[in-house]
Design a protein around this ligand. Structure first.
Ligand code: PEP
Ligand code: MG
Length: 966
C-alpha cells in the first residue's frame, strides 16, 4: 500500500496527468506545478461537470425531495421506523379518490399520494378536466414490501369500492362486454422519478371487451390496437415477458403484410398480432392472459409496488441521493385516448422553456398517438405551437389551463395532456425540471411577475445547478472549421466530447476504465440511467425535447442532443453512419447541447458569459447571507477568476504548487538534497525571490481581501523523482551523483507518507524552510503596501496536532516577520495573523489549547476526514464504491462532510477554540467548502467562512443565503 501511495504522489513528469486527476478528484495538492495548476483549473471545471452529473440531479430530484420532505413532514419523519408510521397512519384511508363526484386528496399530500397522485387531486379540486381515478397510498406500498410482497389485507376491497365509484362517474363498467371501463395504472412516488417505474395502459380490456367495444364503436381496429398494447405492457411490465418477444411477433405480421408502420396494420393484422401476443404471453407466463379485469388490476398494482425496488429505481434513487421515502403510490385512472383518430392526440409541455427559462409555452404533441409514444421518444413529435392549426379550440383551452396552473402553483409546470375526439384532458402536472440557466431566469422573472418574492426565488434555485452556467462551452469561434455531421434538438445545454458507447453497460465500463464516452442510442430508456450518468454526454437519433433522454439529462444538467435523425446507429457493430460516413466507438465526437449540433472530433471549450439574471440572483444572495465565501487559489489567475465569481478572499493558497515550475524545482531539489543547514539555506535563498513574486501576484489579485497562505505541507520526497533516469538528470542539474540522489530518496521514503514527515513537522525539523516562506510573504506584503496595494496575508501552519508545535512555529513566524520589518525599515503595521489548519483529530480535541496561540483555525476537512475515518485519501476508491452500493455509508465522506463523526470534530474544535480565544476566526478549506450540504452544516456550527474552488464560489454564496432562509 505504501508503495502504491508513494508512486501516486510522485511529481515526476510521467505521473503529472495522473497527479492532476487525483488532485482534481480529491482536491489534494500534491505533485502539481504551475502548469499542472492550470490543468487543475481546467480539470476543476471538468470535475465540477462530473460533480454536476453526480450530485446534481441532486438537481431537481433532490430539490424536490428536500422540498417534499420540508413541505409535509420532515425527511426524518419519513425515515422513521415503519411501526411508528403505521400507527400514525392506521386511520388513514388506503385509497384516495379524485374526480368530479369527489376528491379526497390535495396537492400537499405528496408523501402519501406521491407527486402524481397529489397533483391529480389538486387539479381535480381546481376544476381542471382530469379523467377520474384513485390513488393507492405510498403507505400501502410500504406495507406490501414489509409484508414480503403480499397485498395488504383489505386493499382490494377498497379498490373495488373505488372502481365502483369510477363506474358511476363514467357510466362504464369494469370488465363489461359492451361498454368496458378501461384504466391506466401508474406509479408515482413523492419525488419525481421520470420513467423510473412502470405503467400499464388499457387495463380492464378482455377478449369479450374487445368484441363489445368494436361493436359499440363500429371500429374493430382501435379495440384490437388497445388490446395488443395491454397484453404487451402487462406481459412486459407485470409478468416480466421480454418486450422483444412481442416486438418480434409484431414485426413478423408487418413483414407479412408488407407494411412498416404500426398504424398501417389493418384490423385483421392486429387480430393476428393479438393472437400471437396471447401465445407469447402463455408461453412465458405459463397461463393465459387474464380475462378477469380485477385479476389484471391486482397484478398491475403489485407490479407497481414491486417496481419501487426494481434495480433501475434503486439506481435512480442512489444516483440522485433520494432517501427517506416509504414507497410509491399507485394511480388508477380512467383511460382517455389520444389514438382514436386524427381528431385525437397527446402531448407533453412545459409552461416555460426548460432549457433557457424563457416565458414561452414549450411543448410537443403527436396526433393519433397514446401518451407513452411521446415520452418514450419513439416518434418525433410536433411543437405545441402547431397545435393551433390542428385544433384551435383544444389549443386555446390548453393555454388557459397552462396559465391557470402557473398561477395556482406559482411554479413552472411540466404537464401531460390528451385530446380525445377534440376534448382536452389533463393527465399530469408537476414541477418542471429545468437547467441551471432556466432555474435562474425563471426565478428572476417570477419575482418580476410578482408570482413569488426574492426569498422564495433564492430558495428555489438548486445551488448545485449553477455550475451549468459557469462551465465552459463551445463557442462559434471554437467550432469554426469543425465539421458538423448532424443536428438534433438541443435537449440539455453544455458541451461534451467523447468516444461513442452504444450501450449503457459499455458506457459504464469504459468510463470506469478512464475513458470519456458519449452514450449514443436511438432512444434511451430507464434501464439506461447508469450509462447515461457515467457518459459525458448523451446523443440520440430519435425523440423530442421531452423524451426520456432529454428529461433525465436536463434534470442532471448533462449535455444532451436528441432526435439527430441523420444518425443511423448500429449498436451491435458499435458504429453509426451519417450518409456514407461511418463513425465507430474509436472516433472522437463532440455534441453541443445548446445548439443540437453533432461535430466530428474535439472542440475547444471556452468560459461562458454570465447573464444579468445570474448577477441579480447573486446580489440577492449576498444581501441575505452571513457566511463569508472565500476561494482556494494558488495563482493570480485563479484568484482573479474567483474574485469575479464573488470570492471574498482566499481561504487556502497551497504553496507547494509554486515549487514545481522548471525554474524553481532545481533549487527546491538542491534544498532537499542539501546535507547541511548552510547548503539548505543557500538553496532556499534561490527560491526566495520566486516565492516573493508569487505572493506579490496573489496578494495584488486579491487586494483588499484576506489571503491565507499555507506553509509547505507535502512530504519532501514528492519533489524528487523516483525513476533512475530522472534521478540522473537531477544529479546532473544539481552537481551531485545519481547515487546521492537515490540514497536521499531512499532516506525520505515513508511507509505512510500522509502520516509522515509533512505539514508543520517539516518546519520543526527544517525551520529555515518556514523562515524563507514567511520572509517571502512579509517582503511581498511590504512591497505591495509601499505601492499602496492593500495586501492582507494570513499565514497558516498545516497539520498541527499539539499546542507546542503551534507555539514554536508561531513564535518563529512572528520573529521572522519582525526581522523583515526591521530590515526593510517598514514603518507601517505588519500585523499578519498566524493561524493553523485543524486537520488532525487530536488538534480538534485540544483546540482550546491551540487557540491560545492561533489567530484563526481553518478546517482541513480532507485530512480530517481521512484521519477520522482512517481511510486513505489516495486509496479510498478501492472500497468506497462497495460501501456506497451496500449503503455502509450514505455518501462519500470526502465529498460531503460526515456530520455525525468528522463533523463532531469540527464542532468540538470550534467550541473549544472560541472558549479560550473569543476572537478566533473560523473557516474551512477542505473540498467540503463547496458542497451544499456541508456548507449548511458549517453555517450551523458557526464558522465565519467557507473556502472552495473558484467555480464553486457562486454555489457557496447561494447556499449560504439559503441557510438564512430556513
Ligand atoms: C485538507 O486537508 O482539507 C486541506 C485543505 O489540505 P490538503 O488537501 O492540501 O491536504
Ligand atoms: Mg490537509
Amino acid at each position: 500500500m505504501s508503495k502504491k501511495s508513494t508512486a501516486r504522489r510522485r511529481p515526476a513528469k510521467k505521473s503529472a496527468a495522473r497527479a492532476t486527476t487525483r488532485t482534481t478528484k480529491k482536491s489534494s495538492s500534491r505533485g502539481a506545478g504551475k502548469a499542472t495548476a492550470r490543468k487543475v483549473a481546467r480539470a476543476s471545471a471538468a470535475k465540477t461537470a462530473k460533480k454536476t452529473a453526480k450530485k446534481t440531479t441532486k438537481k431537481t430530484a433532490k430539490k424536490t425531495a428536500t422540498k417534499t420532505a420540508k413541505k409535509q413532514t420532515t425527511r426524518k419523519t419519513a425515515t422513521k421506523p415503519a411501526a411508528r408510521g403505521a400507527s400514525r397512519r392506521s386511520a388513514e384511508p388506503a385509497v384516495f379518490h379524485f374526480g368530479r363526484l369527489r376528491t379526497d386528496g390535495t396537492g400537499t399530500m405528496k408523501e402519501l399520494l406521491g407527486g402524481k397522485g397529489a397533483n391529480l387531486a389538486e387539479m381535480s379540486v381546481i376544476g381542471l378536466p382530469v379523467p377520474p381515478g384513485f390513488t393507492i397510498t405510498t403507505e400501502q406500498c410500504r406495507r406490501y414490501d414489509e409484508g414480503g410482497g403480499v397485498m395488504p389485507e383489505g386493499l382490494m376491497d377498497h379498490v373495488r369500492t373505488h372502481v365502483a365509484m369510477l363506474e358511476r362517474e363514467t357510466g362504464k363498467i369494469f370488465g363489461d362486454a359492451s361498454n368496458p371501463l378501461l384504466v391506466s395504472v401508474r406509479s408515482g412516488a413523492a419525488v419525481s422519478m421520470p420513467g423510473m417505474m412502470d405503467t400499464v395502459l388499457n387495463l380492464g380490456l378482455t377478449d369479450r371487451g374487445v368484441d363489445g367495444l368494436a361493436a359499440a364503436m363500429g371500429d374493430e381496429r382501435f379495440p384490437l390496437d388497445a388490446y395488443r398494447r395491454l397484453i404487451n405492457m402487462f406481459g412486459d411490465v407485470v409478468m416480466g415477458v421480454p418486450h422483444h418477444a412481442f416486438e418480434a411477433e409484431f414485426d413478423r405480421v408487418k413483414r407479412a403484410l408488407g407494411v412498416t408502420l404500426d398504424t398501417e396494420v389493418p384490423a385483421a393484422g392486429l387480430q393476428q398480432v393479438v393472437d400471437a401476443y396471447k401465445r407469447v404471453y402463455r408461453e412465458h407466463v405459463g397461463r393465459p392472459f387474464p380475462q378477469d379485469p380485477y385479476e389484471q388490476l391486482q397484478h398491475a398494482i403489485e407490479a407497481v409496488f414491486r417496481s419501487w425496488n426494481a434495480p433501475r429505481a434503486i439506481s435512480y434513487r442512489r444516483i440522485n441521493e433520494i432517501s427517506g421515502l416509504v414507497g410509491t403510490a399507485v394511480n388508477v385512472q380512467t383511460m382517455v385516448f389520444g389514438n382514436l383518430g386524427d381528431d385525437s392526440g397527446t402531448g407533453v409541455a412545459f409552461t416555460r422553456d426548460p432549457s433557457t427559462g424563457r416565458n414561452v409555452f414549450y411543448g410537443e404533441f403527436l396526433v393519433n398517438a397514446q401518451g407513452e409514444d411521446v415520452v418514450a421518444g419513439i416518434r418525433t413529435p410536433r411543437p405545441v405551437a402547431e397545435m393551433k392549426r390542428w385544433d384551435a379550440k383544444a389549443h386555446r383551452r390548453l393555454l388557459e389551463i397552462k396559465d391557470l396552473l402557473e398561477a395556482h402553483y406559482r411554479e413552472m409546470q411540466d404537464i401531460e395532456f390528451t385530446i380525445e375526439r377534440g376534448e382536452l384532458y389533463m393527465l399530469q402536472t408537476r414541477t418542471g425540471k429545468r437547467t441551471g440557466a432556466a432555474a435562474v431566469r425563471i426565478a428572476v422573472d417570477m419575482v418580476e411577475e410578482k408570482l413569488i418574492d426574492r426569498r422564495e426565488a433564492l430558495r428555489r434555485i438548486p445551488a448545485e445547478d449553477l455550475t451549468q452556467l459557469l462551465l465552459p462551452s463551445f463557442t462559434a469561434e471554437s467550432k469554426q472549421g469543425v465539421p458538423v455531421i448532424a443536428t438534433g434538438l438541443p435537449a440539455s445545454p453544455g458541451a461534451a466530447t467523447g468516444r461513442p458507447a452504444f450501450t449503457a453497460e459499455e458506457a459504464v465500463q469504459r468510463t470506469q476504465a478512464g475513458e470519456q464516452v458519449l452514450l449514443v442510442r436511438n432512444e434511451t430508456s430507464p434501464e439506461d440511467v447508469d450509462g447515461m450518468h457515467h457518459a459525458v454526454g448523451i446523443l440520440t437519433s430519435t425523440g423530442g425535447m421531452t423524451s426520456h433522454a432529454a428529461v433525465v439529462a436536463r434534470g442532471w444538467g448533462k449535455c444532451c442532443v436528441v432526435g439527430a435523425g441523420a444518425l443511423s446507429i448500429d449498436a451491435k457493430k458499435r458504429a453509426f453512419t451519417v450518409g456514407s460516413k461511418r463513425y465507430t466507438h474509436k472516433d472522437l465526437i463532440s455534441i453541443d447541447g445548446s445548439t443540437g449540433e453533432v461535430l466530428e472530433g474535439e472542440v475547444e471549450r471556452r468560459s461562458p458569459k454570465l447573464s444579468g439574471d445570474f448577477a441579480t440572483v447573486m446580489q440577492w444572495a449576498d444581501e441575505v447571507r452571513t457566511l463569508r465565501v472565500r476561494t482556494n487559489a494558488d495563482t493570480p489567475a485563479d484568484a482573479k477568476r474567483a474574485r469575479d465569481f464573488g470570492a471574498e478572499g482566499i481561504g487556502l493558497t497551497r504553496t507547494e504548487h509554486m515549487f514545481f515550475e522548471p525554474d524553481r524545482i532545481t533549487a527546491m531539489r538542491r534544498m532537499i538534497l542539501a546535507e547541511s543547514r548552510p547548503d539548505r539555506e543557500a538553496a532556499l535563498a534561490e527560491l526566495l525571490p520566486f516565492q516573493r513574486e508569487d505572493f506579490v501576484g496573489i496578494l495584488t489579485a486579491m487586494k483588499g481581501l484576506p489571503v491565507t497562505i499555507r506553509l509547505l505541507d507535502p512530504p519532501l520526497h514528492e519533489f524528487l523523482p523516483h525513476e533512475a533516469e530522472a534521478q540522473r538528470d537531477v544529479a546532473k542539474a544539481i552537481g551531485t551523483t545519481p547515487a546521492k540522489v537515490k540514497q536521499r530518496v531512499r532516506v525520505l521514503h515513508e511507509a505512510n507518507p500522509m502520516l509522515g514527515h509533512r505539514g508543520c513537522r517539516l518546519a520543526i525539523t527544517y525551520p529555515e524552510i518556514l523562515e524563507m516562506q514567511v520572509r517571502a510573504i512579509a517582503e511581498a506584503t511590504i512591497r505591495c503596501r509601499t505601492k499602496r496595494i492593500d495586501a492582507r496575508p494570513e499565514i497558516m501552519i498545516p497539520l498541527t496536532g499539539t499546542r507546542r508545535e503551534m507555539e514554536i512555529l508561531r513564535e518563529r513566524t512572528l520573529q521572522t516577520i519582525a526581522q523583515v520589518k526591521a530590515e526593510a525599515k517598514f514603518a507601517g503595521a505588519l500585523d499578519i495573523p498566524v493561524g493553523t489548519m485543524i486537520e488532525i483529530p487530536r488538534a480538534a480535541l485540544v483546540a482550546d489549547r491551540i487557540a491560545e496561540v492561533a489567530d484563526f483555525f481553518s478546517f482541513g476537512t480532507n485530512d480530517l476526514t481521512q484521519l477520522s475515518f482512517g481511510y486513505s485519501r489516495d486509496d479510498v476508491n478501492g472500497f468506497l464504491p462497495d460501501y456506497l452500493d451496500q449503503e455502509v455509508l450514505e455518501k462519500d465522506p470526502f465529498q460531503s462532510i460526515d456530520v455525525e463523526g468528522t463533523g463532531q470534530l469540527v464542532r468540538i474544535a470550534s467550541e473549544r477554540g472560541r472558549k479560550t480565544n473569543r476572537e478566533l476566526k473560523l473557516g474551512i478549506c477542505g473540498e467540503h467548502g463547496g458542497d451544499p450540504a456541508s456548507i449548511r452544516f458549517f453555517r450551523e456550527v458557526g464558522l465565519d467562512y467557507v473556502s472552495c474552488s473558484p467555480f464553486r464560489v457562486p454555489i457557496a454564496r447561494l447556499v449560504a443565503a439559503q441557510c438564512e432562509l430556513g
